[in-house]
Design a protein around this ligand. Structure first.
Ligand code: ATR
Length: 288
């Protein structure tokens, strides 16, 4: 594309940002949609976070994505925070307004859109969430808000699981039951949608799953792993071996980007464009 006097800039702030796939998503979208826009990664040190947001505003930057470790830390520097992002306590997208940046969370709507595109439903389901970190917390809010029948939140440290359960239950009634990970045998013997939100199995430790016991996987009709490196995690392999359907987190990454792009540019990205970008992402992940 031609960069000229009207080119707008968007970008990613975080630390580290070297391995991000977001420039591929946004620069390809800009090309496909005919928007005069460039997307760049910006490694930001913690002590410069406030200056980075103020500087971006001063430079008329259209929007920013925010990644680890600043998804919560950036919130005090925003002029507005969307309801869902406020509930989750994490922002991954900043949208420029006249006064400053408004913060949104597109990770969760991104996961929801990814699940819809895979034909996986949350409404009425019994859900198991593995983990109780930032990602699991957001997924627990998503599942509660999208009508899950019940949610079992399993974590290695029960204290963190209890905290997340209490927060979600305060808003959505007694939906979430916290359990220690190694007590999964006490789960009611339903068939579950399981969402894997721990860091176990992430490249380069690809031969690990947070639960190895095959008995666990026999209860799972569908497994969603938020990890996308490797493309097929050990969790996914175990789900499939027990006869379930399994998905990785690449579509969630794709749709969180697409929703951010839609917010910045006031456009709707077609499913056709989404699936072309998914192919590019798959190619990139398989060679990296
Ligand atoms: P994120 O923000 O991506 O969710 P996080 O907040 O660091 O990351 O959370 C990591 C999750 O992976 C936690 O649920 C953590 O369990 P603990 O709360 O008990 O630490 C889980 N996790 C990481 N390594 C693990 C391991 N070896 N076994 C079991 N769970 C693990």
């Amino acid at each position: 594309m031609e960069i000229n006097g009207k080119t707008r800039l968007c970008g990613l702030i975080g630390n580290p940002v070297e391995h991000t796939l977001s420039p591929l998503i946004h620069n390809t979208l800009a090309e496909k949609m005919g928007n005069n826009l460039v997307y760049l990664p910006f490694p930001v040190e913690e002590k410069h976070l406030e200056d980075a947001v103020a500087g971006a505003f001063g430079l008329n930057i259209l929007g920013l994505n925010v990644t680890v470790p600043y998804k919560s830390a950036v919130m005090p520097y925003l002029t507005e925070i969307d309801k869902l992002a406020d509930e989750i306590g994490a922002v991954n997208t900043l949208v420029r307004s006249e006064e400053g940046y408004a913060g949104f969370n597109t990770d969760m709507p991104g996961l929801f859109r990814a699940m819809q595109s895979d034909g996986v439903k949350i409404d009425g389901e019994s859900v198991i969430i593995l983990g109780a970190g930032g990602a699991a917390r957001a997924v627990a809010f998503l599942c509660a808000s999208k009508g899950a029948k019940e949610i079992f939140l399993l974590n290695r440290s029960i204290e963190k699981a209890n905290e997340v359960a209490a927060e979600v239950n305060a808003l959505y009634g007694d939906k979430v039951c916290a359990m220690e990970l190694n007590r999964f045998r006490e789960l009611p013997k339903w068939r579950y949608l399981a969402i894997q939100c721990t860091s176990v199995g992430l490249y380069p430790n690809a031969d690990a799953a947070v639960i190895e016991d095959e008995a666990f996987y026999e209860m799972i009709h569908t497994g969603y792993d938020l990890i996308y490196r490797p493309e097929e995690t050990r969790f996914m392999k175990l789900v499939k071996k027990a006869g379930g359907a399994a998905y990785n987190g690449l579509k969630m990454l794709l749709y969180q980007g697409i929703i951010a792009y839609e917010l910045w540019n006031g456009v709707a990205v077609s499913e056709e464009a989404a699936s072309e970008i998914l192919d590019l992402l798959k190619e990139k992940v398989s060679v990296s």
